[in-house]
Design a protein around this ligand. Structure first.
Ligand code: VG1
Ligand code: CO
Length: 558
């Protein structure tokens, strides 16, 4: 097999966002586009260690995963990579990839997914490079990668190396005198072994015999994992596991577990026949948790509840619990758990890559984001199935329903009401204008101390405002411009940021949070939309979001 050097020229915009590079499939299908990104990924990720390295490759099964995997094989072979471990059919969930890197001490890996973005020929594709700790590449690597894509003039490829992705086992090739191996592995084996080690499977099996639960794979990557764990291990009837066949276009829908895109699950839960439901996104790292009658657990509360109960899970009994972390827009509910139990707690920018250093330094055991992401230090990605198993463990251990667990948590800690408004596919211009206006506001010395009122007369005094800047306590790196924060004297907060995962235009995210500490537990059962209405009105008026975006309503409310 002969290595060829192909002349190429840079493409604009190959900058990895919050979680890798995401673009419409047609963009990745352009000649040299995906090749350039793979070549730059190998060099930025591995530097002079490309030769002889071992990497994992896996994707969420969306359209173009197999083609991209074959390109990685050809380009890795040409660059002297010695081994690629690939999930059968090119499929591995994002948490499974992270685990495999760590378990087999690999040098890194490529994840082929655009997560919760729609798939199919007209949908999105995405690629992400993860490093040897199993986590998404930090900004130092992704910035280098982007720089390389701006000047790339050639890549190396072995055009006629092709692996059979469907057949388990090793396939070896001789590339200019060196051996290159592709090993196709079972998609679920390592992951299932891992969760069996973390949780008490006997407890969960017994518990599930007494409950009616629904597990929804949303036709993403989790289907095979759900079948292994919930059907084979726990003996759940097959009809309790919904949409468990991975489809290249996710059945034409958004594989995003929230109240909008998983509405069919919410509707079934509203009928009141089930005690618990969970849904996961395309690549298996997000989760939504619902209780009886579709009682919705906000991801912010989910993080805080799991923090408070972590030590009942065998893995944490054995290893102890270090601190907690949340992304900045996530509500402060988990902070209160940290305070109460004397644990450290951290606030990081949006995106899982910022948790990696804290986990590597053993400072945190649990972390999460308001965007339906929860995870822990056994791997370096968030993990949907893990979150569902953790919730079922808490239910089994406490004997309480989801709603009871929440209300008892709120009566101890008070409740953080939280909501996120997403305005998808706004023009980039409007998005930029919005952020400019808000930047002016926070830079105006008169803003702090100013009172903001809604038409009903409810008013809030600004205590502080800024554009969030993160100083990584482990490596000292600084990440600026991570979102505008308006913080009020009563502890309420409004946050604005532009999404870094969209594939075109801008997505504006507005996060609103208010805190209440009451003695009457019933007061905690109010609807977040009602409680937060004055703050939302103030946020929309102050930012001129409606005028600038031309949108009366957000695309998604969570
Ligand atoms: C969104 C979420 C963020 C999450 C990211 C990746 O990013 O807000 O919390 O880490 O998606 O999740 P953004 O920049 O669009 O707000 V996933 O499931 O794509 O890997
Ligand atoms: Co995801």
């Amino acid at each position: 097999h002969v290595v060829e050097t192909i002349q190429t020229s840079p493409f604009d915009g190959q900058k990895p966002g919050t979680s890798g590079l995401r673009k419409p499939v047609a963009i990745f299908q352009q000649p040299h586009y995906t090749e350039n990104f793979i070549q730059a990924g190998l060099i930025s990720g591995l530097g002079d260690k490309v030769k002889g390295s071992c990497l994992v490759v896996g994707g969420d099964g969306r359209f173009f995963v197999k083609e991209a995997a074959q390109l990685i094989i050809k380009i890795a072979a040409a660059n002297g990579v010695s081994k690629l471990v690939i999930g059968q059919h090119g499929i591995l969930s994002t948490p499974a990839v992270s685990h495999i890197i760590r378990k087999y001490k690999l040098d890194g890996g490529f994840i082929l997914t655009a997560s919760h973005n729609p798939g199919g020929p007209k949908g999105d594709f995405g690629m992400k490079y993860n490093t040897h700790n199993g986590g998404p590449a930090p900004e130092s690597v992704t910035n280098h990668l982007f720089e390389l894509t701006k000047t790339i003039s050639e890549y190396k490829i072995v055009p006629n190396v092709k692996a059979n992705l469907d057949e388990l086992g090793s396939q070896s090739f001789q590339i200019q005198g060196e051996q290159f191996t592709v090993e196709i592995i079972d998609q679920t084996k390592d992951y299932v072994e891992m969760v069996k080690d973390i949780f008490d499977f006997d407890l969960l099996r017994g518990f599930l015999k007494t409950k009616r639960v629904l597990i929804n794979g949303m036709n993403g990557v989790t289907g095979p994992y759900i079948k292994k764990i919930f059907i084979e291990e726990f003996g759940l009837p097959e009809e309790m596991c919904l949409n468990c066949i991975p489809l290249p276009d996710f059945g034409g829908r958004h594989p995003d577990p929230n109240l909008t895109y998983a509405k069919d699950l919410v509707d079934i839960m509203k009928e009141g026949r089930h005690d618990f439901a969970a849904a996961f996104d395309g690549d298996g790292d997000r989760n939504m948790i619902l209780g009886h009658s579709a009682f919705f657990v906000t991801p912010c509360d989910s993080l805080a509840v799991l923090a408070a109960h972590l030590e009942t899970i065998p893995y944490f009994k054995r290893n102890g619990v270090n601190g907690y972390a949340r992304s900045m827009p996530t509500s402060g509910a988990v902070d209160l758990v940290g305070k109460k139990y004397g644990k450290e707690y951290f606030e990081t920018p949006t995106g899982w890559k910022f948790f990696g250093n804290l986990m590597d330094a053993n400072r945190i055991s649990l972390c999460g984001e308001e965007s339906f992401g929860t995870g822990s230090n056994y791997i370096r990605e968030k993990d949907g199935i893990w979150a569902a198993l953790a919730w079922l463990s808490v239910m089994a251990n406490t004997g309480q329903s989801v709603k009871e667990i929440l209300t008892s948590h709120w009566s101890t800690f008070g409740r953080h009401y939280f909501s996120r408004y997403d305005y998808e596919q706004v023009s980039s211009e409007a998005g930029d204008k919005l952020m400019e206006g808000l930047t002016k506001l926070i830079n105006d010395p008169k803003t702090v101390g100013m009172t903001f009122s809604d038409p009903t007369g409810k008013s809030y005094k600004m205590a502080a405002c800024d554009n969030f800047e993160y100083h990584d306590p482990i490596d000292g790196s600084v990440s600026k411009n991570q979102g505008i924060r308006l913080m009020f004297e009563d502890g309420s907060r409004i946050v604005f940021r532009l999404s870094g995962t969209g594939s075109s235009g801008a997505t504006v995210r507005l996060y609103v949070e208010g805190y209440e500490q009451e003695s009457d537990p019933n007061s905690y059962l109010q609807d977040a939309q009602d409680v937060l209405k004055p703050l939302i009105t103030i946020a929309l008026r102050t930012s001129k979001l409606k005028e600038l975006s031309g949108r009366d309503e957000p695309t998604v409310i969570t």
